[in-house]
Write a protein that binds this ligand. Structure first.
Ligand SMILES: [Zn+2]
Ligand SMILES: [Zn+2]
Length: 110
């Protein structure tokens, strides 16, 4: 079963993209990457912000995220869809986020 992809911190994303982008371009384009859906931002809480970079993730753009309280990893759970909430009339949703906190499989086994 596909468990999910690890999301990365901004620092880790920078390391990954090193070589493809020079520093200044990268700072300017970080927002662009987000806007162009090359990466997506996952806010667990104001101190824990992660980014997932993988175009494949967007085959299922709305998916749940899992935050492991033990190893502090954030995973994209592509196989876990987020149900569209039934909003009152006149409300329009632009984003819906589901972050599940708990213990991941790897931590559970050790
Ligand atoms: Zn874990
Ligand atoms: Zn994700």
């Amino acid at each position: 079963m596909l468990v999910g992809r690890h999301a990365m911190s901004e620092q880790e994303i920078r390391e990954q993209l090193k070589g493809n982008y020079d520093r200044t371009t990268f700072y300017r384009s970080f927002k662009t990457l987000e806007e162009n859906k090359i990466l997506h931002k996952i806010v667990v809480d104001p101190t824990i912000v992660r980014y997932a970079i993988d175009p494949e993730v967007f085959s299922n753009p709305v998916h749940a995220h899992f935050y492991c309280e033990h190893c502090k990893q954030v995973l994209c759970l592509e196989s876990v869809p987020v149900a569209k909430p039934a909003l009152p009339e006149g409300f329009a949703a632009t984003a819906s986020e589901l972050i599940i906190k708990g213990i991941c499989k790897e931590c559970h086994q050790s």
